[in-house]
Design a protein around this ligand. Structure first.
Ligand SMILES: NC(=O)c1ccc[n+]([C@@H]2O[C@H](COP(=O)([O-])OP(=O)(O)OC[C@H]3O[C@@H](n4cnc5c(N)ncnc54)[C@H](OP(=O)(O)O)[C@@H]3O)[C@@H](O)[C@H]2O)c1
Length: 383
């Protein structure tokens, strides 16, 4: 049987490592052809030794003295890998904006793009979806909520009324604003359910992560913001629900482990055994659901506003949040300062918000300007 050939971008991250577990388990069916890291050279070497890929990419500042395989550098290298003829599936699991390039070029060259990277759709959604519609490529979401909704809407999408994304609520779901004033970096990084990279873990604590997911869902499922809802569900067993026109709900349940949606994106439309984890329904504690409190978590509300404004605003919001989270993780600002930075940046750009379609270059320019503006606010807060 011909092996499915995979390029894994962001191979040393949380999603990257889970993807490698699947490739390891199904060595007879998948072959890792190419991969990328940002600066993690140890991780680079380990992947080369274990999987013998043909090409490695380094997107950060790091360099290898005597590379063990063909090694390429930077953004252009991601585009080259995404366009390789022999690759069937590209898993885009990089952090940050760079994911948009392999996504677009993967789609252009008719490949399956298994998309984990959120920034790609949040900041550049219109461009990616336009490219997807023109291409022969496939766009399969990896984010657990979007994977759930992808599975639910595939058959009945034309009969649905609204989509519901669930959220664990993060570590502070029951905390007051006064208590949130005092939380430490370690408190923020202790997610009650998911083990993920640091950036997304901070976003889960502010609920910005869910806001970004609402924007992703808008592009993936072509729904207006008022038809995409969020429900807090601390146990994270139901990942997505679809409310049908007749009032019935369809729901997707699984153990909260990213290997399940990653594997589905790799094997779609087939389902292969995934015995890393299983869900024992009879031992579940009661499942709870309640609406999000946007007074305590205002970034979720802001994400809806950004989506309604459209144009540059989701990109601006995402850039500001990126800078704010980076600064928080460096200990430069406090937890609640994250939203101050994002709101201040949002407010300064909203007046010049340009409606309608923008080019990738224009969005990248606004992204850089928003980062610069957010950095100014961080500096003001620090001093
Ligand atoms: N973790 C999850 O459960 C989860 C769920 C849904 C969606 N996502 C999304 O998937 C993406 C990856 O998340 P993660 O949690 O796996 O992140 P992570 O653990 O921080 O890993 C990020 C990966 O991307 C590389 N990287 C870092 N900065 C980069 C940059 N500027 N350009 C290109 N590559 C870069 C890293 O390389 P080095 O190791 O060399 O730094 C690493 O391989 C994010 O967009 C996240 O929102 C994650």
């Amino acid at each position: 049987m011909r092996k499915v050939k995979v390029a894994l971008l962001g191979a040393t991250g949380s999603i990257g490592k889970s993807t490698l577990e699947i490739l390891r388990k199904y060595r007879d069916r998948f072959e890792l052809i190419a991969f990328s890291v940002h600066n993690n050279l140890e991780g680079f070497q380990r992947i080369v030794e274990e999987f013998s890929p043909k090409i490695g990419v380094i997107t950060g500042a790091a360099e290898l003295i005597s590379p063990p395989i063909r090694t390429l550098y930077g953004r252009e290298a991601l585009i080259e890998v995404a366009s390789l003829r022999e690759v069937d599936i590209i898993v885009v699991a990089t952090a940050g904006n760079m994911g948009v390039y392999p996504t677009i070029f993967g789609l252009k060259s008719g490949k399956r793009v298994a998309l984990a990277n959120k920034e790609t759709l949040v900041s550049f959604g219109q461009i990616v979806i336009d490219e997807y519609k023109k291409s022969r490529g496939e766009l399969i979401p990896v984010d657990s909520e979007h994977s759930a909704l992808f599975q639910l809407t595939e058959k009945y999408g034309d009969q649905m009324e609204e989509l519901i994304l669930t959220a664990s609520g993060g570590p502070f779901r029951n905390m007051s604003r006064e208590e949130m004033e005092k939380v430490s970096i370690d408190d923020v990084l202790k997610h009650p359910v998911w083990r993920m990279g640091k950036k997304i873990t901070v976003d889960s604590a502010t609920l910005m992560n869910k806001g970004l997911e609402v924007i992703e869902a808008h592009w993936l499922f072509n729904l207006s913001p008022d038809r995409i809802k969020v429900l807090i569900h601390p146990q994270s067993i139901l990942h997505g629900l679809v409310k049908m026109k007749d009032g019935a709900y369809l729901a997707h349940m699984s153990y909260p482990d990213m290997k399940i949606p990653i594997q589905y994106a790799l094997t779609y439309p087939e389902r292969w055994q995934c015995d890393f984890v299983s869900l024992d329904l009879s031992s579940l504690r009661p499942l709870e659901f309640y609406g999000p409190d946007t007074n305590r978590f205002p970034l979720l509300k802001l994400a809806y506003e950004a989506l309604s404004f459209g144009g540059i605003m989701p990109c601006v919001m995402n850039a500001a949040n990126d800078v704010a989270v980076e600064s928080f993780l460096k200990g430069e600002i406090r937890f609640l300062d994250i939203e101050k930075v994002v709101f201040a940046t949002f407010d300064s750009f909203v007046k010049e918000s340009v409606p309608g379609k923008l080019s990738l270059e224009a969005l990248e320019r606004f992204n850089s300007e928003a980062r610069a503006k957010a950095t100014e606010t961080v500096t003001r807060i620090k001093n």
